[in-house]
Ligand binder design. Structure first.
Ligand code: NAD
Length: 307
């Protein structure tokens, strides 16, 4: 299958390598000049968790440079960047192109619907992870999985088969929106609270009222889910959080929002707690925890950007 990865950053590069190794024709699209230069000159350097480092040669170019027709475009920008990316790659989207968004957070499907027909859209959630440590260099740990679903009438099965040829552990979901909300619930706890408490996931897990705070955030999300017709299983999210804080899972990991803040970048907060708080005000339901957390993260973004 001819596949473009739009947003060839930490996760896009990992997924791109796996797809290329499985025999797919993969092209990366990215706007970061130093990253493109490093990959084009020396290949993509991948540090595996078994201590082995490998090089992969995958064509990566800017949206302006890319040309041709693709069966599948996997969108892996940060959520606030999705709209611009879709505008920039408009010329390579044909009516037969399927677009799969795997970025975290809420609102991605609405953004995609502004650009393409609903029957071209697939949405998913992924538990694969990756860290971009330098231009052209990523570190990957563990394995992952993907749950996806066609949003309109698209046949998702050929996409699932193509991705599973690359051992991406993909399953077809019957309710991907619920899965997206579930993951957004996890991220709305771990991402902002590790930033605000300056802690990794395990340290957050040991914090005296960390779990109470998690429940405050999640109870608000559940309330707004009920109004939107989406079931948010707070107990299931708390169970996942209890697993993630263990060092053998993600305990020693700093979530991406923590890394974005340290790098002076914009975070995905408006598509996590901020999105829930916005839905709350639309429904006239107060969401004090999610609203305050959103404002605190924006303040932190401002502080870190001036350093
Ligand atoms: P990243 O910032 O490393 O990668 C995004 C890439 O997109 C960057 O290289 C950036 O240059 C590029 N980009 C953005 N807008 C562009 C544009 N208009 N034109 C060209 N290039 C553009 O982010 P990431 O960590 O790979 O995460 C991507 C998404 O996946 C996020 O939503 C994140 O929350 C989610 N996610 C990440 C992980 C992880 O472990 N990294 C795990 C699960 C989900």
């Amino acid at each position: 299958m001819k596949i473009a990865i739009a947003g060839f950053g930490a996760l896009g590069a990992r997924v791109g390598v796996m797809l290329q190794q499985a025999g797919h024709e993969v092209t990366g699209i990215d706007g970061w000049a130093a990253h493109i230069a490093a990959i084009s000159t020396d290949g993509l350097t991948v540090h595996q968790d078994d201590g082995v480092t490998k090089k992969y040669y995958i064509p990566v170019m800017t949206a302006k440079e890319i040309d041709g027709k693709f069966d599948l475009i996997i969108l892996l920008t940060k959520t606030p960047q999705l709209d611009t990316m879709l505008t920039d790659i408009k010329h390579i989207i044909t009516k037969n192109t399927k677009l799969l968004v795997l970025s975290n957070g809420l609102g991605n499907i609405e953004v995609m619907e502004k650009h393409v027909n609903r029957d071209q859209i697939l949405a998913g959630v992924t538990l694969w992870t990756s860290e971009l440590i330098n231009p052209g260099e990523i570190r990957v740990t563990g394995t992952g999985s993907i749950k996806l679903q066609a949003i309109g009438e698209a046949n998702a099965k050929p996409i699932v088969s193509a991705l599973n040829k690359a051992s991406l552990n993909v399953t077809l979901s019957q309710n991907v929106i619920e899965a997206i909300w579930h993951k957004a619930g996890i991220n709305s706890v771990l991402n902002p609270l590790t930033v605000l408490l300056d802690a990794n996931i395990a340290e957050f897990g040991m914090a005296g009222n960390g779990m109470d705070l998690s429940l405050n955030i999640l109870d608000e999300i559940k309330q707004i889910g009920e109004l939107e017709g989406i079931n948010v299983d707070v107990n299931a999210i708390m169970k996942d959080l209890a697993l993630l804080i263990r060092p053998e899972h993600a305990g020693n990991h700093y979530p991406s929002m923590y890394q974005d803040i340290k790098a002076g970048k914009h975070t995905e907060i408006d598509f996590l707690n901020g999105y829930f708080a916005k839905l709350g005000s639309e429904h006239g339901v107060p969401m004090p925890f999610n609203a305050l957390i959103t404002r605190l993260i924006h303040a932190k973004e401002d502080i870190e950007r001036t350093k």
